[in-house]
Design a protein around this ligand. Structure first.
Ligand code: FAD
Length: 469
């Protein structure tokens, strides 16, 4: 056993929650250490999530442009071909640069980094099985659990990461499958389905629920579903996969209606299981300490403390949206509390983004949520078709929809489908953080010609008429 160390904060997990918490702790003058088992920093997000998926979305988008759209602009290209290993190498380069970058940030901020798997062995103690094979005990005034999440398995379907893959295998395929079945019409399934569809795979999404991406506003979703189908992605709703068996030739699937009924057999080269993610706490020793959990999630108070006050938890492992930017906000607020300051995360203004093309982004309530809560609201909509920048860059598939309080005009939700929706939503998140009205956005000067003018005009439409429609 190694020597016992004294730290102010020991963060277990080096994902966007954990590494941000560790850096912020150090910036606040606390002695911080971060324990990470996977060998690289950045967690799910940088290694196998947000970053590699966005790299492949970018490459596949460029390929699709070259094969399908360049000709529309008078650009002639012949013999466009796809080199999957090279595409993967570019992705690895983006990932490697960023994960190494965090190591650099740790050094700069004097955060100690220990490679190994941590187990909480006391209210102030983490025991690390180090990557070198030894054991190290870390004694810390505060422990922050940031162990993230893992793929939710599907009963009857064995993931081998070759033919039956999770998102991790789907971002590392060696060749373009002829047919890919995606189980689960959520954000991850649609993003990765888009990647392979653009590269030439026949993609079919099988979703148990009556809708894809259930959290999306119904009206935007209708548009989004239409666009996905137009791009060639087949979507089968209210259906469940009851078995998928891989052999050397591919995968044989059995599908039936969600409520049960007649079975159907399908074949695919690759099946992507993307039914969701669940908190990861394996081997952490939380049961021994009596840490309160709810369906696998670690429960915390508004200072991110568990029922053992020195042990905190943040990110995907606690309740709330399982998103990298939410994990980061948790991390900062958590260590601000530890440092004796005030930290707060407003879970009502966490943006959600689908990085398909066009993108979909939203913040706040959907129209259906407002209806079911009995809130009186008004809507303002603007089509990207009427936005001059969207026309010039040929990105007219899209809509901006504002939901504002009927009496006060306070913004309650904004839903955007369109190119760069993920960037456009930022001003709406800020507006909501400030408790702004839609008129506040409408009376703010937006640059011309920009896509953001569509946001301004949709805001205008909630209380007045937009100019361009
Ligand atoms: P994680 O990132 O999961 O990090 C936890 C880390 O803890 C891991 O590295 C793990 O190895 C380590 N760990 C676990 N247990 C231990 C232990 N006992 N000891 C030491 N280390 C341990 N979110 C977005 O916001 N935008 C996106 O575009 C996006 N795209 C995604 C695409 C895919 C394909 C996937 C799978 C996810 C995506 N996400 C996205 C979700 C995002 O990755 C997570 O919400 C985010 O990574 C959660 O951060 P975290 O720090 O809580 O946990």
């Amino acid at each position: 056993a190694g020597e016992a160390l004294e730290y102010d904060v020991c963060v277990v997990g080096g994902g966007p929650g954990g590494y941000v918490a560790a850096i912020k702790a150090a910036q606040l003058g606390l002695k911080a250490i971060c324990v990470e088992g996977r060998g690289t920093l950045g967690g799910t997000c940088l290694n196998v999530g947000c970053i590699p998926s966005k790299a492949l979305l970018n490459s596949s988008h460029k390929y699709e442009d070259a094969t399908k759209h360049f000709a529309d602009y008078g650009i002639q290209v012949d013999n466009v071909a796809i080199d999957v290993p090279k595409m993967m190498a570019q992705k690895e380069q983006a990932v490697g640069g960023l994960t190494k970058g965090i190591e650099g940030l740790f050094k700069k901020n004097k955060v100690k980094y220990v490679k190994g798997w941590g187990k909480v062995t006391g209210a102030n103690e983490v025991t690390v099985a180090t990557s070198e094979g030894g054991e190290e005990k870390v004694v810390a005034k505060n422990v922050v659990l940031a162990t993230g999440s893992e793929v939710t398995p599907l009963p009857g379907v064995q993931i081998d990461e070759e033919r039956i893959v999770s998102s991790t295998g789907a971002i590392a395929l060696k060749e373009v499958p002829k047919k890919m079945v995606v189980i689960g019409g959520g954000i991850i399934g649609l993003e990765l389905g888009s990647v392979w569809s653009r590269l030439g795979a026949e993609v079919e999404v099988i979703e148990f629920l009556p809708n894809i991406v259930p959290a999306m506003d119904h009206e935007v979703r209708r548009n989004f579903e239409r666009v996905m189908k137009k791009q060639g992605i087949k979507i089968r709703l209210k259906s469940k996969v009851t078995s998928a068996v891989a052999d050397a030739d591919g995968v044989k699937l059995t599908v039936e209606p969600a409520e049960g009924g007649e079975q159907e057999h399908m074949e695919a080269d690759v099946v992507l299981v993307a039914i969701g993610r669940r908190p990861f706490t394996e081997g952490l020793g939380l049961e021994d300490l009596g840490i309160e959990m709810d369906r696998g999630r670690v429960l915390v108070n508004d200072k991110f403390q568990t029922n053992v006050p020195s042990i905190h938890a943040i990110g995907d492992v606690i309740p709330g949206p399982m998103l990298a930017h939410k994990a980061e906000e948790d991390g900062i607020a958590c260590v601000e509390h530890i440092a004796g300051k005030v930290g707060h995360v407003n879970y009502d203004t966490i943006p959600s983004i689908v990085y398909t093309h066009p993108e979909v982004a939203w913040v706040g309530k959907t129209e259906m949520e407002l209806k079911s809560e009995g809130v009186k609201y008004k809507t303002g909509k603007f089509s990207m078709m009427a936005n001059s920048r969207a026309r010039t860059v040929d990105e007219t598939d899209g809509i901006v929809k504002f939901l504002a309080d009927k009496e006060t005009d306070k913004i309650l939700g904004v839903h955007i489908m369109g190119s760069n929706a993920g960037e456009l939503i930022a001003e709406c998140v800020l507006a909501m953080e400030y408790g702004a009205s839609s008129e506040d956005i409408a009376r703010t000067c937006h640059g011309h010609p920009t896509l953001s003018e569509a946001v301004k005009e949709a805001a205008m439409a909630t209380y007045d008429k937009p100019i361009h429609s």
